[in-house]
Design a protein around this ligand. Structure first.
Ligand code: SF4
Ligand code: SF4
Length: 68
């Protein structure tokens, strides 16, 4: 029997849609999001726990949850 590795979804920012509002940074419980150079949000996948809060709050629908 092989051990299965659970894959967790991670937040991915669609940079062309991000308006750098910072809402995702404020809502993230894992402090996984930073605003890169004031232009777009960037997610640290090592920190992201896949809670989807950022995707839910983003006013620009710029965050997708994807299997990494
Ligand atoms: S999915 Fe959750 S943990 Fe991951 S970046 Fe978004 S708010 Fe943070
Ligand atoms: S909430 Fe959406 S638009 Fe605002 S900084 Fe995050 S990804 Fe960009």
């Amino acid at each position: 029997m092989t051990a299965s590795v659970k894959k967790r979804k991670k937040a991915k920012v669609l940079r062309e849609d991000c308006v750098a509002c910072g809402a995702c940074v404020n809502v993230c419980p894992a402090a996984a999001v930073i605003i890169h150079k004031g232009i777009w949000a960037d997610v640290d996948h090592d920190r992201c726990i896949g809670c989807s809060k950022c995707a839910a709050i983003c006013p620009a629908s710029a965050i997708r949850m994807e299997i990494s």
